[in-house]
Design a protein around this ligand. Structure first.
Ligand code: PMP
Length: 442
């Protein structure tokens, strides 16, 4: 039998320098089921990365398998460009059924290429065409993809370090990141951010009076599981509505129950003009869509093409996943367990030395690792400690727990378990996490 070590060394020789996850998590995966992945040597890991938040139902869920088998049994074409099929119509029905009713009534859907990034590209083109404007506003710490266009509007700076000549006409605004609020006033910082945005949009000298759109994550994912306050989101919606600026809500990571509601914007009781979905919507397989207010539907036929917009398997597994999430009330489950994890992590914060902040919504949580031997800034936040975060990640890995690090300093340990995770599995992870932090701190 081939060992972990053999496969990893083959990967190191033949795959590019740009590979990422396996550098920090050196695992060759033989099989995976639910929340557990097993490596080539038979060692089991609890997977709280789960396809970077993609696997709502965990690995290899029975309903996902059944959906694939049904497509195969019916000789549905696997590849259809954007021709329609009964599988596609059923998927669209299911998507519209989970949207808030008022939005569903006025919404149109565009199928995009297989990635979230491609759907973001489509959203940018849609609002530019509809408004005739060209400036895009987005937020510091945001992440929207890895293409030139999506990197351009991503506020996370490290992925674009060596990439020059990104798409111009993007402006970044501060995100209401409570622990490191750029306005230095903690919880109330978001009020200042709203005022700053509003004043800038109304200042003829700012050069961005009429943007084509504003792109936002309700909880910044790659930015370090940073939830925006509900009050700020309401203000953002008011400001954009009053000025007729399309609001693009990127729910690639937050969508489909992850944050404790089917869509994260529902926490703030707001509605997007453009909603971008990928990851969980494909039920383990690649799929992305843009769903938008039909008043914006002013682009021409072929305005966003792409060969792989007709992945029937992904539509079938996506539909099965959406149904399961809805019927089994997984958003509520995510909400309850998310609160439980946050409480436990906040208790843990008292018992260890290096946790600066615990935060999140539903099952999208972050633990910011800091250096408390240094002097905190004026709002009491300590310098981020990415090195220690990676050491903790490694200690977790050695103890059979897969957790990813992220955030602007690589110092945030992110919890993104499948939504079907149980309390027992969470307790096991928390137990090993505490042990791992203490080992890394010493
Ligand atoms: N938007 C958000 C919020 C994301 O988290 C991601 C992926 N992490 C993307 C867009 C890009 O998706 P993809 O990697 O499928 O292009």
């Amino acid at each position: 039998p081939i060992s972990n070590k053999t496969l990893l060394s083959m990967q190191n020789i033949r795959e590019s320098n740009a590979r990422s996850y396996p550098r920090r998590l050196p695992i060759a995966i033989k099989k995976a089921e639910g929340v557990i992945v097993t490596d080539m040597d038979g060692k089991e890991y609890i997977d709280f990365l789960a396809g970077a938040g993609t696997l709502a139902l965990g690995h290899n869920h029975a309903v996902v398998h059944e959906a694939i088998q049904e497509v195969l049994a019916n000789s549905t074409p696997l590849h259809t460009l954007d021709f329609t099929t009964p599988v596609k119509e059923a998927f669209v029905d299911e998507v519209f059924a989970i949207l808030p009713e008022a939005f569903a009534r006025k919404a149109k859907i565009q199928f995009c290429g297989p990635t979230g990034g491609d759907a973001i590209e489509a959203a940018l083109k849609l609002v530019k065409t509809a408004t005739g404007n060209r400036t895009i506003l987005s937020f510091q710490g945001g992440y929207h993809g890895s293409t030139h266009g999506t990197l351009s509007i991503s506020g996370t700076t490290s992925p674009k370090k060596h990439i020059h000549a990104l798409v111009p006409d993007t402006h970044f605004f501060p995100y209401p990141y409570e622990y490191r609020c750029p306005f230095g006033i903690g919880e109330k910082g978001h009020e200042f951010i709203s005022t700053y945005l509003e004043n800038t949009l109304d200042d003829p000298e700012s050069g961005i009076v009429t943007p084509a759109g504003i792109v936002v994550e309700i909880v910044q994912g790659e930015g370090g599981s940073v939830p925006a306050p509900v009050e700020w989101l309401k203000q953002l919606r008011r400001i954009t509505k009053e000025r007729n600026i399309p609001l693009i809500i990127d729910e690639v990571q937050t969508g489909i129950g992850r944050t404790g509601k089917m869509f994260a914007f529902e926490h703030a009781d707001i509605e997007p003009d453009v909603l971008v979905l990928s990851k969980a919507i494909g039920g383990s397989l690649p799929l992305s869509v843009v769903i938008y207010d039909k008043r914006l539907d002013q682009w021409e036929a072929g305005a966003h093409i792409g060969t792989f917009r007709g992945n029937q398997l992904a539509m079938a597994t996506g539909r099965a996943t959406l149904q399961f999430v809805k019927e089994h009330h997984l958003p509520e489950h995510a909400h309850k367990l998310g609160q439980y994890i946050q409480t436990q992590l906040k208790n843990l914060q008292q018992r260890v030395k290096s946790i600066g902040h615990v935060r999140g919504r539903g099952l999208m949580l972050g633990v910011e690792i800091v250096d408390k031997t240094k002097i905190p800034n004026s709002i009491g936040s300590y310098p981020a400690d990415g090195e220690l975060a990676r050491a903790i990640q490694k200690e977790c890995f050695d103890r059979g727990v897969i957790l990813e690090v992220g955030g602007r300093h690589g110092a945030v340990i992110r919890f993104l378990p499948p939504l079907i995770v149980t309390k027992q599995q969470i307790d096991e992870v928390l137990f090993r996490f505490e042990d791992a932090i203490k080992a890394a701190e010493n």
